[in-house]
Design a protein around this ligand. Structure first.
Ligand SMILES: [Zn+2]
Ligand SMILES: [Zn+2]
Length: 280
């Protein structure tokens, strides 16, 4: 079954997030478990977690994914920031487990001058300090490569997993189309999509990709800028999305949108992706 949804707010509580998703036409979804630009992680009380899981079952909206706060930086050379980041990832993972959500995704971070290879090793080593709950898979998201951000190449994500004491299983990958494109992966035609597919297979492997973020890009190929656009209306365009969402190695993954919320909104983007899908 094709699973497509959008990032939704938890400001009305976790169970209401499920209803918000259904209102948008989604059947899977993404949430934060705290402020995306703060360190505080919401307490998940048992009653609310149960209500969230019941609503999820009843309305058949799944699988959910929790997105980590943007402040987390496991690549940093600064020990205090690293410690804070590890603690935050742990709290968010625990909240994810308490909600019965199977996936948690975060951005690896930025090396801020320490060098890319040091940043990549830092991420792997600090991931080893995290206790991944049994029923949660911790996903590393590929980045656009802005500034000193690490994780723009698939082999870099693979190296972070290699360095860490966890293997694939506890860890996995979430691919963001805007970030891939901004990092220089061009999948707008058959040949480009085939190259990307070969790259995935040679590095992280399809079997370790568990979730997709569908966002078009406001900026050109290889720009390393992370600004999302409505699906089909950015530099990737409809052809690129048609190839990506229908690709044999990727099409079984749940997909969520993080597109701008303006006059178009998520409903429009969900409809657009459904229109581009074939063979369901
Ligand atoms: Zn993200
Ligand atoms: Zn982004």
């Amino acid at each position: 079954m094709f699973r497509i949804g959008a990032h939704v707010s938890i400001s009305d509580g976790f169970p209401a997030a499920v209803d918000h998703e259904v209102d948008l036409g989604g059947n899977c979804g993404q949430i934060f478990v705290g402020s995306p630009r703060g360190w505080a992680v919401s307490e998940v009380d048992e009653t609310e977690a149960e209500a969230f899981q019941e609503t999820t079952e009843e309305r058949d909206v799944r699988p959910w994914i929790v997105h980590g706060t943007y402040l987390v930086n496991l690549a940093t050379p600064k020990d205090d920031l690293a410690e804070k980041s590890v603690d935050c990832v742990q709290s968010e993972l625990d909240a994810t487990a308490a909600l019965g959500v199977p996936y948690y995704v975060f951005h690896p971070g930025a090396h801020t001058g320490a060098g890319e290879s040091t940043g990549i090793r830092n991420v792997g080593e600090r991931l080893s300090e995290v206790d991944v709950p049994d029923d949660v898979t911790l996903l590393l998201e590929n980045t656009a490569g802005k500034g000193t951000t690490v994780g723009k190449r698939l082999e870099d994500l693979d190296e972070m997993v290699e360095v860490s004491s966890h293997g694939y299983g506890d860890l996995g990958i979430c691919l963001d189309t805007c970030h891939l494109f901004a990092a220089g992966y061009d999948f707008r035609d058959d040949a480009g999509m085939a190259d990307l597919a070969d790259d995935i297979e040679a590095t992280v492997g399809y079997e370790n990709v568990h979730y997709l973020h569908l966002n078009d890009s406001k900026h050109p190929l290889g720009s390393e800028k992370d600004e999302h656009q409505h699906v089909g209306e950015g530099e990737i365009g409809e052809d690129g999305f048609r190839l990506f969402v229908n690709h044999d190695g990727l099409r079984e993954n749940p997909m969520v949108l993080e597109t701008p919320v303006d006059e178009k909104g998520y409903e429009w983007n969900i409809e657009t992706v459904k229109r581009l899908r074939t063979g369901d």
